[in-house]
Design a protein around this ligand. Sequence first.
Ligand SMILES: C[S@@+](CC[C@H](N)C(=O)[O-])C[C@H]1O[C@@H](n2cnc3c(N)ncnc32)[C@H](O)[C@@H]1O
Length: 279
Amino acid sequence: MNQEDEVEPTPPAGSVDDDARAVRRRSGETESSRANRGWWDRNADEYQVEHGPFLGDDRFVWCPEGLDEAEAGLLGPASGLPGRDVLEIGAGAAQCSRWLAARGARPVALDLSHRQLQHALRIGAGFPLVQADAGALPFPDGAFDLACSAYGALPFVADPVRVLREVRRVLRPGGRFVFSVTHPIRWAFPDEPGPEGLSVAASYFDRTPYVEQDETGDAVYVEHHRTIGDRVRDVVAAGFRLADLVEPEWPDWNHQEWGGWSPLRGHLIPGTAIFVCDR
Ligand SMILES: C[S@@+](CC[C@H](N)C(=O)[O-])C[C@H]1O[C@@H](n2cnc3c(N)ncnc32)[C@H](O)[C@@H]1O
C-alpha cells in the first residue's frame, strides 16, 4: 500500500476532498471498496445537486457526452424491454432503472453507497434497491436478462474481472451487459476541461491507481486505470463476447461541462468507452 509514486497525478474524477492528497499508488480491493463507499456516501448530495439535472430523474444517460439509451439502444430495442429482469450496477440515484421501469422492464438497482440509494428513494423507486459491492452480487445464478452500468463500479474496482464474472454469473444465457467507463486515453491527460487538458502529462500505460488519501495515508477515494486492451481482455477473460465498443462523439447540442469533460476536449479526444458484452 505504501508504494507511492510521487509524479504529479492527473485526477480522473476531478474532485479532491478538501483535506485529501492525490497520489498514484497501489490500492487493493478492500481498500478501494471501503474508500469509495465512504466517498460516495459523503459526496452523493453534492453529486446529485450538480449532475442530477443533466441526468434527469428518469432518463438513461450513458455518459457526460449525453448519449441516451433511448437513442442508442445498446441494450437492444426498447420494444424488447417489457418483462425483462435488468440489474443496474453502481446505479447511484437509479435514474437509468427508472427509465427502464417506465418501459416495462423489471429493474433492480444496486449500489455500494447507502446515501446514493437514499437519493433513489427521494426521487421515487418502485423497484428493489440493493446496497452491495459489485464484486459480490447477492443474487442467484441466472437471475437477470440484462445488466447495465453507467460509470458505476467498473472504474472504481481493483479487480474488474471479478465484477465481470459476477455479472456473467447472474445473467441468463443470451443475456447482455453494457457498461460505460472513462475512456482510457483520458488517463494520459490532465483532468481539466480547458486547453490544459489537451497535453499529454502521464503515460497511458501506467496502470497505477489514482488515490486520494488523508493525512494518515488512508485512501478516501480510488479510481483504477485499465488500457483499452486490458478492458477487452477483461471482458473476454470473464467469458463474455464483446459485441461492440462505442466511443460517443461530443454532440453539438451539449454545452455542458462535467469535470474534465467539455465540448472543447470532447470534439478532439474520446471521453467515454462503452462496452457491449454478450453472455
Ligand atoms: C459516477 S457514479 C454513477 C452513478 C450513476 N450511474 C450515474 O450516472 O449517476 C458511480 C457509482 O458507482 C458506485 N460504486 C462505486 N464502486 C462500487 C462498487 N464496488 N460496487 C457497487 N457500486 C459502486 C458509487 O457508489 C456511485 O454511486
